[in-house]
Design a protein around this ligand. Sequence first.
Ligand code: ATP
Ligand code: MG
Length: 332
Amino acid sequence: MAQLLGLDIGYGFVKATNGENGYVFPSVVGDASEKQIYYSTIQQTDPLGNLRVRIDDRVFFVGKSAIRHSNLAFRALSTTRSEGTHMRVLSLSAVALFCDRSQNKFEVVTGLPPGRMHLAKYMVDQVKGIHRIGVYQNGTARDAEVDISSVEVVPQPLGTYWSQTLSGSEPAAEHLEGRTGVIDIGYVTTDLAAIEDGEFVPGRSTTIKVGLADAYVDIASRLFREYGLEREPYTLDGAVIKGKVTVSGEEVDITPICNGAFERLATKVLVELMSVWRIQEFDRLYLSGGGGQSLSPYLLPHVPQGKLADDPITANCRGFWAWGKRQRQTEI
Ligand SMILES: Nc1ncnc2c1ncn2[C@@H]1O[C@H](COP(=O)(O)OP(=O)(O)OP(=O)(O)O)[C@@H](O)[C@H]1O
Ligand SMILES: [Mg+2]
């Protein structure tokens, strides 16, 4: 039987789960075809730290290894997502992490921002079908044939809604009545989804171009001004999550800089949110995404019916998986 995968390809991070295991890696791709890598240790055991894959006869660094090795690593910040093979490389790399036999069959549930659902067919075309993928470990490629027999594309924030409501095989009835909103604050975009009596309402759902990347630009410019540190915003994740950077070998606490940036961004998100939704019309609002986690202390005091989703970074992909599983059960 095909493995069911929930796959959330964000502008900042790829999140994937098969219901048992899950992976998160940065949505960064770099060209690896010309590179010789010299390992300083014998074993390279961290699959996420050393992800290198061959797709369509090209070799790519993906995730952390792309940030480390590629001068030309990029996070595709263009929100049209039509650039080259980026989405295909990220999706197939995530699927490759779940390959355990030489023949691998998968069914994928994935998402797009509500404002980008017109790209659904493009996404299906990029991912569906049979692919020969090489996954590198310690310098040698292990070949796998990957058969992705179905790809369902849904509005991304619905993943959070399903992860909150579909526990086990029955929906939690109390969540199906009234109006629910999901505010999914990601790296580049904030996705808003409205659900009424269990049904997604496209007309009230949209994508706003505000995300944690705005705070990262703010943090990077303050780090430069205060400490002379030059950092590309896309390399800042680890430092922001730990709240520290190293300056000439000394650790510096950057939480005040990060908190200031998050507070300013939260104000911006609230202004945008109020211009799109009358939030008092919602019975419950779930905050989700990495930005939901970071901004919740500043947003929740303004949103009385608001709640931070459980494990907000992986909520969408876990919900996609739960939705796929539920559909399988109802088909039987
Ligand atoms: N443990 C953590 N604590 C706080 N923030 C985190 C943590 N892990 C990741 N993040 C931050 O979350 C952000 C990514 O959030 P998320 O994965 O929701 O974005 P995305 O889905 O990739 O973006 P988009 O929705 O715009 O496509 C990153 O900027 C990262 O720094
Ligand atoms: Mg997201």
